[in-house]
Write a protein that binds this ligand. Structure first.
Ligand code: NAP
Length: 343
């Protein structure tokens, strides 16, 4: 193999991503081991995480990360194997996660890599799946920002997705009652199986009435993954001194004219503590969280669910578009290279 594939940003979308206009698939020469500088490795990516936040990284606006530049490799979290190394911290064959981006191969500095030590029974995709950033987002968002107490009523939107499904499961572990919201009947059925006391399909014409009934005791914690109309409904059902964990607003990401909540004055009337966060805020505590999450996984207290798109890196642009259409239950990722079945 003399070239490898990577995907760059060709133009900034104004609303929805148009796969073959927004992105460009390129072939670049394979890096040579002899060209590595001290501290660098060649990483062969196995899985690429697809994340709603990627749409925001395409906008040329101020945010928690700078926008991806036109012509640059699209940013993204991956897990892969070290192919060659000039680092004392990594050797060929090691598994590592990185933000190497949408590429089959990447030259990465060791400081930008995280060694992946999988617990027994785990598999490489877990590093960006159940043991990855979305689970950490659920963990710190719920436990640190939400401050759950036994018996609290948690409402979580985007509940069948990577972050939301872990919020629901961690909430249940903590002895809370969970009302889940998702966009399909099969997603709601899975959320009920997990132990949620209600799982409501927001596409049902009767959703607002069902939501009111499911929150008759009023909401202690609302974990918001979607913003928009569902956030408005949650505000209307907030308990005094409730906590609103502002994690994401996917309903607005592709909207060139995003709408704000109409019921924002409920924050005052109900003395709601509404706080946004970015998972990176807790980076120095990831290890502590992963020890607890790995234990829950091995004890069967949390379930992993992945939607893996096969067919290689070139499937990523359409996969990202499909993420906003709700293709996934659990964590969405692209298999860049198969290592065969492992457990
Ligand atoms: N603050 C942080 O540090 C942080 C970190 C990671 C993720 N996030 C945020 O958390 C949220 C979930 O991210 P994720 O990675 O776990 O993705 P995900 O939930 O696995 O996937 C996105 C899901 O959003 C739902 N969705 C799409 N459009 C929607 C709409 N208009 N209204 C309601 N739901 C819609 C879809 O499911 P349905 O079928 O249910 O519609 C889709 O499957 C996103 O908003 C993301 O930006 C924040």
């Amino acid at each position: 193999m003399s070239t490898y594939k990577c995907i760059t940003l060709a133009e900034r979308p104004k609303a929805d991503i148009i796969p073959d206009k927004t992105f460009k698939i390129e072939e670049r020469p394979v890096p040579k081991e002899s060209d590595l500088q001290d501290g660098e490795v060649i990483l062969e990516n196995l899985y690429l995480s697809l994340d709603p936040a990627m749409r925001g990284w395409l906008n040329d606006t101020r945010s928690y990360l700078p926008p991806v530049e036109i012509g640059a490799i699209m940013r993204g979290a991956t897990v892969g194997r070290i192919q060659a190394s000039k680092s004392s911290d990594f050797k060929p064959g090691d598994l590592a996660s990185s933000r190497a981006g949408w590429a089959e191969l990447a030259v990465v500095k060791d400081k930008e890599l995280k060694k992946v030590d999988l617990p027994t029974g785990a598999r490489p995709s877990d590093a960006i799946g159940v043991l990855g950033a979305t689970t950490l987002t659920a963990y710190f968002g719920l436990l640190e920002i939400g401050q759950p107490k036994k018996g609290d009523l948690i409402v979580v939107s985007g509940a069948a997705g990577a972050t939301g499904s872990l919020v629901a499961q961690i909430g249940l572990i903590k002895g809370c009652r969970v009302v889940a919201i998702a966009g399909a009947e099969d997603k709601c059925a899975w959320l009920k199986e997990l132990g949620c006391e209600a799982a409501l399909n927001y596409k049902d014409p009767d959703f607002a009435t069902q939501f009111k009934a499911a929150t008759k005791d009023l909401i202690d914690i609302y974990f918001d993954n979607v913003g928009g109309e569902i956030l408005d409904l949650a505000l209307s059902r907030a308990k005094p001194f409730s906590r609103f964990v502002m994690c994401g607003a996917i309903s607005n990401y592709n909207n060139p004219n995003p709408v704000g909540p109409k019921n924002i004055s409920m924050v005052i009337a109900m003395r709601i503590r509404m706080q946004g966060f970015i998972v990176f805020d807790f980076a120095d505590r990831y290890h502590e969280a992963l020890v607890e999450i790995s234990k829950w996984l091995s004890e069967g207290k949390i379930q992993r669910k992945e939607h893996i798109i096969k067919g290689g890196l070139q499937k990523a642009p359409q996969g990202l578009v499909d993420l906003y259409k709700g293709i996934n239950t659990g964590k969405l990722m692209v298999e860049i290279k198969s290592e065969g079945a492992r457990l």
